[in-house]
Design a protein around this ligand. Sequence first.
Ligand code: 4NP
Length: 168
Amino acid sequence: MTKPPAERIGVLFVCLGNICRSPLAKGLFQELVQQRGVAARFDIDSCGTGGWHAGEGADPRTVQIAAFHGLTFEHAARQLDPRRDFDRFQYLLAMDLDNRAGLLHAGAPANKVYLMRSFDPTLAGETEHRLQVPDPYYGGSEGFEKMYAMLKAACEGFLTHTLNERPR
Ligand code: 4NP
């Protein structure tokens, strides 16, 4: 059974437009927690620091790369809502350094803000610059494939981390 919101682990994936990176991160993480039988323990959402695409679905190229890997998900883009999101979520997972700066500028508690790829154990010891999921919006399809691989590895590392921190 789903736990009350306050008892769940709140995870907010954050990018710029909320149509490419953070929707895919949310879709991947939701699939992962379902596969592991721990979905009820999490409260998961995504948003953008910008609001230009609010109400839109995921970018077609994101939908395509997800479907190529057998993943489908619903999405309606939304902008970060500092008044609610900083209370509701314990983990604010920024895709890049700009997203992290946007979160902190909006007043996010620094102890809740992380770079998404800092949870990829294969990247331990890398500089922060190398822990970014680059914005694929203006690039080609290879950027979307790389994004998928980066987010999959980071989601798996993040789940391992949270289940170690909060074993039950
Ligand atoms: P996202 O990608 O932050 O991964 O959703 C972007 C989507 C849209 C724009 C920039 C980045 N944009 O400038 O409209």
